[in-house]
Design a protein around this ligand. Structure first.
Ligand SMILES: C[S@@+](CC[C@H](N)C(=O)[O-])C[C@H]1O[C@@H](n2cnc3c(N)ncnc32)[C@H](O)[C@@H]1O
Length: 279
């Protein structure tokens, strides 16, 4: 039995995946990387394709519901122009319920950034790595008016909505340029320079894709501080020993880098500030 050439399998897989409704706007680098990594591990391409589909679901689809951000951009822009911060927050809070990671954080928003920035200092240039809907929390961050907020995400529709959101808040890049990028941070790590990066609830997902990648990514980010967080319960709601497990695993991962690791006490999320300047 002869199998098709790996490059043909990869390109056919990418074409088929992005032709589906579920993955029509996923970053193609992600799809290509997942199948290219799976192929050498299986004898039959069919099995690699099945494994790659399962992996794609865990990487992206498992987290996404429908987002209605686009429908509310005018309302957000209007409330922002009118200086009605409470209205902006009320809309964002409602929208954040569409994404598991931000939904779990809604009750913490009032103190989350106050407590985190008390440790790291307030940033002026932020990198939000694998952001999901996290930029919708900007109204709670108390950032300066001239903050530059870069973000990276593999879901095209969400990237467009978030660029619209930054524009609505008057935070788009120079000449209205997009600061949220359709970018797979494993295939293309961010190169922008900043003060602080958020790497929120992403380490387990990154490590499942490529062992050791989380620390390599933290190391490569051109920032002094990285806020790394972990979920304290699984998407299915199980929480047994997860905080202890992740706290120990992360301490082992960063061991030897000379970074200062400070845990920021928070209910509902395990939060670390990694200060790389001490290295
Ligand atoms: C677990 S959620 C975390 C979202 C956000 N950081 C938070 O805590 O609210 C994972 C998000 O990262 C995106 N994602 C997964 N892998 C990625 C990658 N390699 N590069 C960029 N984004 C990625 C997914 O599409 C999803 O929106």
């Amino acid at each position: 039995m002869t199998w098709p050439a790996p490059d043909d399998v990869i390109e056919t897989f990418v074409r088929e995946v992005v032709a589906t409704r579920k993955y029509h706007d996923i970053c193609q680098d992600t799809v290509r990387d997942v199948i290219a990594t799976a192929l050498p591990k299986y004898k039959r391409p069919r099995d690699a394709i099945k494994a790659a589909r399962t992996k794609l679901h865990r990487i992206q689809a498992a987290y996404l519901g429908q987002t209605e951000i686009a429908d509310h951009l005018d309302e957000i822009a209007g409330a922002h122009r009118a200086g009605d911060r409470d209205r902006v927050k009320a809309i964002c809070r409602r929208l954040m319920r569409d994404h598991a990671s931000t939904r779990e954080r809604i009750d913490l928003l009032d103190r989350f950034y106050r407590d985190v920035f008390a440790v790291t200092g307030p940033p002026r240039v932020v990198l939000d790595v694998a952001c999901g809907m996290h930029p919708l929390s900007i109204p709670w961050m108390g950032l300066p008016d001239d903050v530059v907020y870069h973000a990276y995400e593999i879901t095209g529709g969400l990237v467009d909505c978030l660029n619209g959101f930054l524009t609505a808040l008057g935070l788009a890049g120079p000449d209205g340029s997009d600061l949220v990028k359709l970018q797979d941070v494993i295939c293309t790590p961010p190169t922008e320079q900043g003060d602080l990066a958020f790497l929120m609830k992403m380490v387990p997902c990154l490590e499942r894709r490529e062992k050791g990648i989380a620390v390599r990514l933290i190391d490569s980010l051109r920032v002094d501080q990285v806020v790394v967080t972990f979920p304290v319960r699984s998407l299915a709601g199980r929480s047994k020993h997860m905080p202890e497990f992740y706290a120990q695993t992360f301490a082992e991962m960063v061991d030897g880098h000379g970074w200062r690791l400070i845990q920021v006490p928070m209910e509902g999320e395990l939060v670390f500030a990694v200060d790389k300047r001490t290295a």
